[in-house]
Design a protein around this ligand. Structure first.
Ligand code: ADP
Ligand code: MG
Length: 399
């Protein structure tokens, strides 16, 4: 997919409306995690270096079209100034007089932050009039919020239709990495899908079966597949009413060249708690009064064996109940092997998903993966093969 990058547009002396993700966690008005803020700094620098004047726009929380003072982006200003090492001018309104005055007063190098776009009803409705009043502030639009690209809102989609548009640095990195993993990947490709429930990942499984060579199914959702195959899983988390669907997925895979990998041995315990007494048993030997909480060492060996034969890995969902020890073992062991293969230049590894990112951080390998997406919902929709409106609009703007 083709899209403009910052270098493709002439930004010299131009006002650049820049959609960023500032939806950071806060506690009583203080930013508690600056990861998202730190990640947009290269984009702001690139715009400034090209002579452009960045005017940031973002949403914060879910004010549903009303001005909710606790959800004002003003509270983000100190953390943003700290990350940038320079002053940021805050405009009380995202459109109209206050926004126009703040932009008109800008000199080269200045940064303006507009108020929460979701204070306006037109934002989530992608109202053309609202988009036009945002567009009236600027010459160019840069979208750096991949994490919001699955929403067709005025600030994420509408603006691309009204102004010359490009992807920001963070968006560019994300799109290049995702394209390398599923767009035009180097084969063979292995996907790992784990997590709690099959029902939340049906579209994902269906899409991956058509695109990848190996599909490793782990975590609680593997239990549902085991039930579908007539394997007793004791008191495990499993969606018994989804067994029919799981069977269809297995049948679909059998008709394609996608090999499905399910656990061959499992770690079981009678209680779901830290340090609960556990044992490793063959997959068909889960006691009636016990639950499967992790994959066993033989399964780990098989998965790592698949990794070794592949050139590209895409991963969503932990292989076990990784939050409680020792049920993080399989996730850790496979993540470490993927990290080693990546470090050795043998594997391109891309991962995403809220719990997946936490699990990979916990395994200490996040820095070794080729790319880890923190985009949550947008990452999953992309992995499901859906068109993300924000990305489609950027691609159209390139034509
Ligand atoms: P992500 O947020 O990365 O998309 P999910 O939310 O789908 O991942 O799944 C993560 C959850 O799945 C974790 O809370 C984990 O404890 C749970 N899980 C994984 N394996 C099991 C299992 N065997 N039994 C119960 N819960 C499990
Ligand atoms: Mg989750």
């Amino acid at each position: 997919m083709k899209f403009n990058r910052i270098e493709d547009l002439d930004l010299d002396g131009k006002v650049v409306l820049t959609r960023v993700d500032l939806n950071v966690p806060t506690d009583r008005g203080q930013v508690t995690d600056t990861t998202r803020i730190d990640k947009i700094v290269p984009t702001i620098r690139a715009i400034q270096d090209a002579g452009g004047k960045p005017v940031l726009l973002a949403h914060f929380g879910r004010p549903k079209g009303k001005n909710v003072p606790e959800m004002s982006l003003r509270q983000i200003v100190p953390a943003l100034e700290e990350a940038l090492g320079e002053k940021v001018t805050f405009a009380e309104e995202a459109v109209g007089g206050p926004a126009k005055r703040a932009v008109a007063a800008m000199h080269a190098g200045d940064v303006v932050l507009l108020e929460n776009t979701r204070f306006y009803e037109g934002e989530e409705k992608n109202d053309p009039t609202f988009a036009a009043s945002l567009a009236a502030l600027a010459d160019v639009y840069v979208n750096d919020a991949f994490s919001a690209a699955h929403r067709a809102h005025a600030s994420t989609e509408g603006l691309s239709r009204l102004l010359p548009s490009a992807a920001g640095k963070l968006m560019e990195t994300e799109l290049d990495a995702l394209n390398a993993a599923l767009g035009e990947p180097v084969r063979p490709v292995v996907a790992v899908v784990g997590g709690a429930k099959v029902s939340t990942k049906l579209d994902l499984l269906a899409n991956l079966i058509e695109k990848v060579d190996h599909l490793v199914i782990g975590g609680g959702m593997a239990n549902t597949f085991l039930v579908a195959k007539g394997v007793a899983v004791g008191t495990s988390l499993a969606e018994r009413d989804m067994a029919g669907t799981a069977k269809e997925i297995l049948e679909k895979a059998a008709r394609t060249s996608c090999a499905i990998h399910l656990p061959v041995d499992v770690v079981v315990a009678k209680e779901f708690r830290e340090g609960a007494p556990s044992e490793t048993v063959p997959v068909d030997a889960c006691p009636e009064d016990a639950m499967i909480l992790d994959a066993g060492p033989q399964t780990v060996e098989q998965i790592n064996g698949v990794f070794a034969t592949c050139k590209t890995l895409i991963w969503n969902g932990p292989l076990g109940a990784f939050e409680i020890k020792p049920f993080d073992a399989a996730t850790n062991a496979c993540a470490q092997e993927a990290a080693r293969l990546t470090r050795d230049g043998l594997l391109t590894s891309v991962a995403g998903g809220g719990d997946t990112v936490a699990a990979l951080n916990q395994a200490g390998v996040a820095g070794d993966f080729t790319f880890i997406s923190t985009a949550g919902g947008a990452f999953l929709e992309w992995m499901e093969g859906k068109d993300l409106p924000g990305i489609a609009a950027l691609a159209d703007a390139r034509q």
